[in-house]
Write a protein that binds this ligand. Structure first.
Ligand code: SF4
Length: 488
């Protein structure tokens, strides 16, 4: 049986303890987030599509880990079978390290190795990944003509059926992987020794816990760190926080002695100590809409960026509007002049207390209908309030829902406002999301991460669609509640 694989090798490069835990105590791993699962699924879907670039291959994927030895032997047999021109997921093992290569293509008397990535750019991890695979292939004595990374071509525009030859680009990394072979060999020996240890290596928590990826053993390694530790603050960078922590400044009280009493870090620690949140109210109120708008539309956009373009005229990861929820609110005591351009029209007054939801879940090609509808609906409100990490004005401009930047005054993005007002709560250590905001402000966590709605909306399932609509409305309610809490 093998000791290392591509994923455990990459894990070991990030943290030796993470590798050990993965091998010896995998049950202590945190649950995969919906976003991570979606990412894996996207990788698999793109990988399968990439097969069409080198079609008619034989799939070597094992059904279970117990089949690895059998698949290694079969792969080896296939190498000397001239009938076999292409193998998908060919399984090789060398020096206790097992790999499954996306595609291996016969190229004269040699083989072309291809690894597929579902992104439009190549990262260091992809290069490290390729270097490990080359190390194993070379160790096994597979003669390679080239090693290439295949990834999505951001310039490809869909026009009719997907043209896989245009959708993907390839880059040779042969020179790089050959050069890295000695480095990989050294790491493989080091990581094998880690796995052979009788106990977990002594590794302190540190910046590696989130870099380059959030480690999935944090639930285990961080369990002794108090939930209100200053390590969960965001005002200082992680490196400085850990430096203080391991230099003996390991309690909130000690940290407070080190820093300015009126600093942002101090305010955040106070919030931790009192189990509440921090906002710089002076900044917050300076950002409040003036004068108070007579009508507000709470807008929740559901944007979708499919890796493989679905609609003619679009590119990989090009954004489309899958749905929006718009909830209107009016000052009931104000006289509304139906002739005034910013006054709501009668038909909108009808959904003033409810939530208007539009979607194209069942037929994405209708997505541009959202544009005219939004232009019309948004024009009825003096203020549009939303919560999104994206620059919503840019999104609306891009789709010509608003015509110029100056209309940005009408858009009030709570995400940006809260960040500007230095909003802090320990739940947002890993980033401000609506779900975490709900936890922070209302001590509730009924919402799911926004990415779940995209999964529901693209599930090809009527129940999923219905759930997506309900979740969009639930999110919008939190946006409205937050705005009312902070500005009314
Ligand atoms: S949580 Fe941090 S210390 Fe623990 S295994 Fe992961 S990276 Fe290593």
């Amino acid at each position: 049986m093998h000791i290392l694989s591509k994923s455990t090798y990459i894990k070991g490069l990030q943290c030796e303890k993470a590798l050990y835990m993965q091998k010896k105590h995998p049950y202590l791993r945190d649950k995969l987030s919906i976003e991570q699962r979606a990412k894996f699924q996207r990788g698999t879907d793109v990988g399968v599509l990439a097969h069409e670039v080198f079609p008619s291959g034989i799939d070597m994927s094992p059904n279970s880990p117990s089949q690895f030895p059998k698949k290694v032997a079969e792969t080896w047999d296939n190498l000397s079978n001239p009938e076999i021109k292409v193998m998908y997921e060919a399984v090789f093992q060398y020096n206790d390290t097992l790999i499954m290569l996306d595609m291996l293509v016969r190229d004269g008397d040699k083989w072309l190795a291809v690894e597929v990535k579902s992104s439009m750019r190549l990262s260091d991890t992809y290069y490290n990944d390729a270097a490990l695979q080359y190390y194993v292939l070379h160790g096994c004595g597979v003669p390679l003509s080239d090693f290439r990374l295949m990834y999505l071509n951001g310039d490809y525009i869909k026009d009719g059926p997907i043209d896989v030859k245009q959708l993907f680009k390839m880059e040779s990394v042969m020179e790089y992987v050959v050069e890295r072979e000695a480095f990989v060999a050294k790491n493989v020996e080091k990581l094998k020794a880690v796995v052979a240890l009788p106990h977990s290596p002594l590794v302190n928590i540190g910046t590696q816990c989130n870099n380059p990826y959030p480690c999935d053993f944090q639930g285990h390694c961080w369990k002794l760190i108090p939930k209100n530790s200053f390590l969960f603050t965001t005002a200082m960078d992680d490196e400085s926080l850990f430096q203080n922590y391991f230099n003996g400044v390991n309690t909130n009280a000690k940290m407070l002695q080190q820093i300015e009493p009126d600093s942002e870090e101090a305010h955040q620690i106070e919030a931790l100590e009192t189990n509440s949140y921090y906002i710089n109210y002076k900044t917050l109120y300076s950002l409040a809409p003036q004068p108070k708008p007579k009508s507000i539309g709470y807008l929740n956009l559901l944007l979708h960026r499919p890796a493989v373009p679905e609609i003619d005229g679009t590119k990989p990861y090009e954004e489309m509007i899958l749905a929006f929820a718009l909830q209107g609110e009016h000052q009931h005591d104000a006289a509304i002049d139906p002739m005034h351009p910013t006054s709501p029209r009668r038909d909108d007054m009808a959904d003033a207390d409810g939530c208007f939801v539009w979607d194209c879940f069942e037929d994405h090609s209708r997505w541009k209908e959202a544009i005219d509808l939004l232009i019309e609906k948004l024009s009825h409100y003096e203020q549009i309030v939303c919560f999104t990490p994206q620059n919503i004005s840019t999104t609306l401009l891009r789709h010509e829902i608003i015509q110029n930047q100056t209309i940005g005054y009408k858009i009030f993005n709570l995400f940006e406002v809260l960040q500007e007002a230095h909003f802090y709560h320990p739940a947002i250590k890993r980033g401000l999301t609506l779900q975490r905001l709900e936890t922070a402000l209302f001590s509730e966590s009924k919402l799911f991460e926004h990415s779940r709605i995209i999964l529901e909306a693209t599930s090809n399932d009527l129940i999923g669609y219905q759930q997506a609509r309900e979740d969009l409305i639930a999110e919008n309610e939190i946006v409205a509640k937050t705005y009312q809490l902070l500005f009314k």
